[in-house]
Design a protein around this ligand. Sequence first.
Ligand code: UDP
Length: 415
Amino acid sequence: MIDQHHGQSTAKIEDYEPIVGRGYIEELRLLGARLSGKTIQNINSTYVGGGVAEILSHLVPLCNQIGVDIHWDIIKGAGPFFDVTKKFHNALHGKIETLTEEEFALFMETSQNNLRDLPLYGDIIFIHDPQPAALVLKKKEIGKKWVWRCHIDLSDPDPKVWGFLHNFVVGYDSAIFSSPNFAQKLPIPQYLIPPSIDPLSDKNRDLLPETINSVLKKYNLNLDKPMVVQVSRFDYLKDPIGVIAAFERVRHNLDCQLVLAGGTASDDPESITVLKDVRERAGNNPDIHILDIPPNSDIEINALQRAATVIMQKSLKEGFALTVSEALWKKKPVIASAVGGIPLQVKNRFTGLLVHSIDGAVYALRQLLTNQEFAAWLGENGHQHVKQNFLITRELRDYLLCFIYLYSSGDVVYL
Ligand code: UDP
């Protein structure tokens, strides 16, 4: 069942055959059939904004099409709850945050409200990220299979917040992380499943040049000037200020423009402050464009990525960064920080350039803006790498296998 809030994908499962091959799609159908009679219930905290909503809005309809009964619900919470979970998010990413006992209590209070109000009807309850993690408290009463899918970089989590969350995570049947360096000491099975992008979505499909140009005009961008683009929620961990600093140094002797395209997510109240800071830092430099893009502007984001000469993702911490796979799929040269799941996608000097500092970003930007041949070669390699590893069909296959394993006993899994 697809709720109309998030039923975005219109692609048919057969449409992926020309990209991944017929055999792959057949295999998905066979795996899907192994889950017949089971209902899967995804639960996260928002239908729009950020990578989790982006993935679910395409994965859920696709999974339905191979005959799996899959649903998507969200927990409810007020602003202060999301202030707390944003602090959790930052702390799990290793940022220093002080969380008070009242804040932990508020998290529990909202979790209890959701435990009371949110029907938990799935045979497999598939919980995404920390916000709804405490729902697993219901497992004692209702049973079912519970999977916790963590999209966060847990390589260096704040011990207090991880310790708190750990109490819930151990109650699950299994946990999924995006990258080997996020795996934790847990008494439950862990799966490593990187996220993915949908090549046929409005965010990633081919666009006509007229469509791209009309988006550039709408945002007053110069069609003839090389364009450096970073697409990200306005979040300090995406380091928009660092991108501006690097750009300004490059702009001294190379003619180019910078686009920071972002938006806000309803579960990320901090973004408004960040956007204000970024605007202040950019000042009135006519070559820096800060675009506050409404949610669901997928074609606009696609157009900006396609129009880019170079794509940046200068995050300080990162779960995976779907934006990197989105850019590579579009054959764009990418400069990205070597954090979180980014090195899975950017193999340095083969599918993009990895950087560790503003100095590194300046050097990489100069190189890619002046060496078009190298830039195009990186983009081509990047496209192949995403095709092999980070398309939605691969993530769907991994989840199906993980769900099937839930019903296996011992070490032997009959597929
Ligand atoms: N995105 C968007 N509009 C924006 C900013 C981001 O549609 O203004 C999309 C972006 O294209 C990507 C997702 O939101 O698909 C962000 O996922 P990512 O893993 O890069 O970062 P997260 O926001 O989950 O930290």
